[in-house]
Design a protein around this ligand. Structure first.
Ligand code: F6R
Length: 569
């Protein structure tokens, strides 16, 4: 969360270029933004607007915020400045209260409620004691607890300084300029060369040179070449990125399936043998990726593999990990902090760590001993769609290696068929969009799908939706069912238990919508297997959620309070 970027350039550039690049990171947080270019400090609330400031400069730092400490105000927006020092920060400082108290006792006055301002006040105070910034940064890294990717400028100094612990940071090596940024999207249109910061490294950057340090030693870090399609800034004919990304599902699904038989064949086989070797396999993930993980655990479980899915933010509290455990992180961004923490815990307990990611070169990919890519291409919309479909398909491919029913190869074509149901789903959404509460029921593979559909509805349309196990309904939630309450029932192949749960809500007046495989379903999915049904029904849910949000006039691609990459705990 929060995106940071700096440019250090031989040739002068304007704020327009800086902010155009910052906008590429806006999906990381979009409640306020700002920049410092050595001459001007700008801080604004809301989405980034590209400035018409034509003043040429050769270095600048900027930030797009997802608020953690302190509300969305101009004072709390970054950059923060104290004396001659200016910083932008992504991460969370844990011991900010103690340090702030200490600095206040030394006479410093704080202008914001943020933990980040404590960094700049600290750096400035140390400078005032006559210390040099390159000596202060290692002291800052020793003193401050928590996570940070921080970019620092000092008035009259031609360097940009950068420090990293746990929050992502990369240096793009571009022609005549060096760009520091939270991720490679910020510069992937102009270079394929980058250096990725590892934990507790800091660097001094000029337009042409970079020096990396760790633990008092100079490091010899070399750029690596990355492959990543350039950002699709254009929504093409679609009104929203979310709709465009759903329409990409058939093609990116085909790309994944093909790559598992070619480019990724070797890695895929390695992952299969790691699963075979492990006493148990544990998927860990958050949100949508957790729902894909639940599908994966169920697929493998049905093949006799000891597999579980544990939500990353509660990982330590619900699972015992040892050296015979294989932990597989499932993540679109590869940067989710809860997942990173779960992996650190797993490594500390001797487990082997692998990952299934979308964004290459991400922190999680780099901390895994083996990583497979889902190849969904960049997701711009905050709500994950095509990444979920490919995560679930990767799970199905893994299960097939253990003898699970086939069907993956037909999926891309069937996904195209599902997209053609959009007019029906639009009509249904128009009927449902004014409801305050909605329930989605599923069983077996339908259970993760029920949760995923409910999550999509909640996050983009702000309608309260609960996805749950059909069998669990009668243990409490059924008390909420009354005349007209919408209930979506996911029924594969006339499943008797799901039919039963559906009858129970219908008998209490619910407005039931059946998404199923039999002809009498309201939305008929032509699935030949339960796994296929689960994946296709999820896409149906994505389209339904999209049209509910559209009918409610919601800002679909950037819902309130959310960010695409959740890099705080
Ligand atoms: C929902 C959504 C989130 C993410 C979650 C994990 O549509 O996108 O629930 O799935 O924040 O993110 P990644 O997959 O990047 O680890």
């Amino acid at each position: 969360m929060c995106g940071i970027i700096s440019i250090s350039s031989d040739k002068p550039f304007t704020s327009e270029e800086l902010l155009t690049r910052l906008k590429r990171l806006e999906y990381r947080g979009y409640d306020s933004w700002g920049y410092w270019n050595g001459k001007k400090l700008t801080k604004e609330i809301g989405r980034i607007t590209i400035s018409d400031d034509k003043e040429p400069v050769t270095q600048a730092i900027s930030h797009t915020r997802w608020a953690t400490h302190g509300g969305v105000t101009q004072e709390n927006a970054h950059p923060h400045r104290a004396g001659k020092v200016t910083i932008v920060h992504n991460g969370i400082i844990e011991n900010w209260r103690e340090i702030k108290k200490d600095l206040e006792a030394k006479g410093k006055t704080f202008l914001s409620e943020t933990d980040s301002e404590v960094i700049v006040q600290y750096l400035n105070h140390e400078r005032e004691q006559g210390k040099e910034i390159h000596n202060i940064i290692p002291a800052f890294m020793n003193t401050f607890k928590g996570t940070f990717a921080a970019l620092i400028m000092v008035d009259g100094d031609e360097n940009v300084y950068a420090a990293k612990r746990d929050s992502p940071l990369a240096l793009g090596i571009c022609d005549g300029r060096l760009i520091l940024a939270s991720d490679i999207y910020a510069f992937s249109d102009i270079t394929k060369q980058a250096i990725f910061f590892d934990n507790d490294e800091w660097a001094i950057i000029t337009p042409k040179t970079y020096m990396f340090y760790k633990d008092g030693k100079k490091l010899d870090k070399q750029p690596q070449t990355f492959e990543w399609e350039t950002l699709e800034e254009d929504k093409k004919e679609y009104p929203h990125f979310m709709l465009k990304e759903m329409h990409e599902e058939p093609s990116v699904n085909r790309r994944l399936i093909d790559s598992l038989a070619t480019d990724q064949k070797e890695s895929f086989e390695k992952l299969v043998s790691l699963i075979k070797k492990a006493r148990k396999t544990v998927f860990t993930a958050a949100g949508t990726a957790y729902h894909a993980s639940l599908l994966g655990a169920s697929f493998l479980h049905q093949c006799g593999v000891n597999a579980q899915a544990i939500i990353a933010s509660e990982f330590e509290n619900f699972i015992t990990i040892d050296k015979d455990t294989l932990v597989i992180a499932v993540t679109q961004s590869g940067e989710t902090m809860d997942v990173i923490e779960a992996l650190k815990y797993s490594k500390a307990n001797g487990a082997t760590v692998a990952s299934i990611v979308n964004v290459p070169y991400s922190s999680i990919e780099r901390m895994s001993s083996l990583s497979l890519q889902i190849l969904a291409g960049q997701e711009v919309a905050v709500a994950s769609t095509k990444a979920f479909t490919n995560q679930a398909s990767m799970m199905l491919a893994l299960a097939q290696a253990f003898g699970y029913e086939n069907g993956l190869d037909a999926l891309p074509k069937k996904l195209s068929g599902i997209l053609s149901l959009e007019p029906e789903l639009k009509t249904l959404a128009e009927e449902l969009h004014e409801q305050h509460d909605l329930y989605v029921l599923g069983r077996k593979l339908g259970y993760p799908v029920a949760r995923e559909i409910a999550l999509k509805i909640k996050e983009i349309s702000y309608v309260h939706a609960e996805g749950m196990m059909g069998g669990e309904l009668k243990h409490g939630t059924i008390a909420l069912i009354e005349d007209g309450v919408p209930v979506i029932s996911l029924i594969y192949d006339d499943d008797a238990k799901m039919r039963g749960s559906t009858q129970e809500v219908r008998a209490r007046g619910a407005r039931v919508v059946v998404i199923g495989t039999t002809k009498d379903a309201d939305i008929v999915i032509p699935a030949d297997s339960e796994a296929e049904f689960a994946i296709l029904a999820s896409t149906v849910g994505q389209l339904l959620a999209y049209h509910i949000a559209l009918a409610r006039n919601c800002p679909i691609d950037k819902p309130r309070n959310l960010a695409k990459s959740v890099t705080v705990l």
